[in-house]
Design a protein around this ligand. Structure first.
Ligand code: TYM
Length: 329
């Protein structure tokens, strides 16, 4: 199993956590799990080199705080395992321009500035993602709904490579938990919760001050009416809050609907704010304490990269052989 996450500027948000990271933690017990912070992907858009190092460490600290155990999982930084980029090159040579052009994430990310201003790296981003997955022979890729298309492309490329050069890769499947596959923006509950969303009030960051997160929940957009019912079509705001409530407490949505029947949105949002505070307070403390010791963080990541390379180097050697390259030193 493999998954990756971008080193976002300040903090991961609830979409990342509920859509993906929770599954990463749950799956690490009975799977051979590889989890990486994808710093190579992070440089496909404008960024500050100094800040990137900090972002990468902050990301690792949050993964540890979320419960990724570096003894049970291999936790590493993508740039420290060179076989990802090496395989990406080979895969780019079997990817069609048209096929790459159909990736919706690229289209979304360039919708504002126009594709002319985007980098070639952003365009080939999904090919590097395919390499991340295939270099581990991963069967499952725990992600949110927005990554489904990239995993589909990965399967297509694996199949094409196998067909052309002989069976080399396993075909991976996206592991998407339906209930939390897409967490929505609190201010615009028809849009995905995302860093690029228009208002910070719509996003709950895991490292936000707990009080600020509580306030965001209390001021989340709810729908007309006053019944707390799960109705995605007509009450997307309430449905999103119910999803978050249920995921954080493990309580069924129907049970929550019963509990708040006839009590209106106020009580419901106040209680959910408490649930959120209870979750983010220890999370934040743990993450910040990991950040106090960057040397220890770096050592955990370096050990992870070494373990990862033990898997990726033989796979790449096999790929190079299949491609017809002369064996090296
Ligand atoms: P990224 O960094 O945008 O997001 C990390 C994970 O969080 C999930 N996610 C969400 N899930 C539910 N609701 C949301 N609102 C929400 N927002 C984000 C994403 O689906 C993802 O699982 N391209 C990837 C990173 C990547 C990767 C990989 C993933 C690089 N290589 C290999 C899997 C395998 C990305 O940008 O995720």
């Amino acid at each position: 199993m493999l998954s990756g996450i971008q080193p976002t500027a300040d903090s991961f948000h609830f979409g990342n956590y509920l859509g993906a990271l929770r599954q990463w933690v749950a799956l690490q017990d009975d799977h051979d799990a590889f989890y990486c912070v994808v710093d190579l992907h992070a440089i496909t858009v404008e960024y500050e080199p100094k800040a990137l190092r900090e972002r990468t460490r902050r990301s690792a600290a949050q993964l540890l705080a979320a419960g990724i155990d570096p003894e049970r999982s291999t936790l590493f930084v993508q740039s420290q395992v060179p076989e990802h980029a090496q395989l990406a090159w080979a895969l780019s040579c079997i990817t069609g321009m048209g096929e790459a052009s159909r990736m919706t994430q690229f289209k979304d990310k360039t919708a504002k500035g126009g594709a002319d201003r985007a980098t070639v790296g952003l365009f080939t981003y999904p090919i590097l993602q395919a390499a991340d997955i295939l270099i581990y022979q991963a069967d499952r890729v725990p992600v949110g709904e927005d990554q489904r298309q990239h995993v589909e492309l990965t399967r297509d490329l694996a199949q094409r490579f196998n067909h052309r050069f002989g069976k080399t890769f396993r075909l991976p499947e996206a592991h998407i938990v339906k209930a939390t596959a897409k967490i929505f923006d609190l201010q615009d509950p028809t849009a995905k919760m995302s860093k690029s969303s228009s208002s910070p009030a719509g996003i709950i960051d895991l490292l936000d001050e707990p009080k600020a997160s509580a306030k965001k929940i209390r001021s989340a957009v709810t729908d007309s009416g006053r019944d707390v019912v799960f109705d995605v079509e007509n009450k997307p705001g309430v449905a999103n809050l119910l999803t978050i409530y249920s995921a954080l407490t493990g309580r069924k949505i129907s049970e929550l609907e019963d509990e708040y029947a006839g009590r209106g949105y106020g009580d419901f949002k106040k209680d959910l704010a408490d649930v959120v505070v209870e979750f983010v307070t220890p999370f934040r403390e743990k993450a910040l304490s990991y950040l106090d010791d960057p040397a220890q963080l770096d050592a955990i990541l370096a050990a992870g990269a070494e373990r990862a390379r033990a898997v990726t180097a033989p796979t790449l050697a096999k790929v190079y052989d299949r491609l017809g390259f002369v064996p090296g030193p």
